[in-house]
Design a protein around this ligand. Sequence first.
Ligand SMILES: [Zn+2]
Length: 201
Amino acid sequence: MTRKVSGPEIERIVRLLGRLPGLGPRSARKAALALIKRRNELLVPLTEALSDAVEKIVECPDCGNLDTVVPCSICQDVRRDRSLIVVVEEIGDLWALERAGVVSGLYHVLGGHLSPLDGIGPEKLNIARLIERAATGEVQEIVLALNATVEGQSTAHYLTEQLAPTGIVVSRLAQGVPVGGELDYLDEGTLAAAIKSRRRM
Ligand SMILES: [Zn+2]
């Protein structure tokens, strides 16, 4: 029989933290302990940051990014090249590309990849809005920066077909992204090389 070592409020923190990616039960306990021990420097400001985020974070109606301003900070940035859209699966991929600092254009976040076996068809992804954006006449190139996984690549083929009638140049990341590679795990140099030497679909 397992004995209770803390009250329900602390157990709840451990349980919720344990649902975060990369945090198993052991790490969740350590993180919870750090939070409750450092109540004023960590727990209180984190609580405030989270409750602020709950109120303010919205999905950008243009690109699908999450931010506290609408349209998002990236879509609002007048220095960005509006003729180029880089399509990614997840916001984590957008963050990875921004860290590498190699995208001068805008982004489009799909919210995942096509996966018929899991019931994820085109209508479940942010694809219709991409086609709309492609039709405005402003866009000249769309780079499909999707993961080098089977699902990522079949999504890329689907998008290439859907975008073909627009006549816009569609390209994909070049070699350097290892097969099965997820963008978020790549180092910035590899990402930069993959974007710079992209190829037409
Ligand atoms: Zn946006």
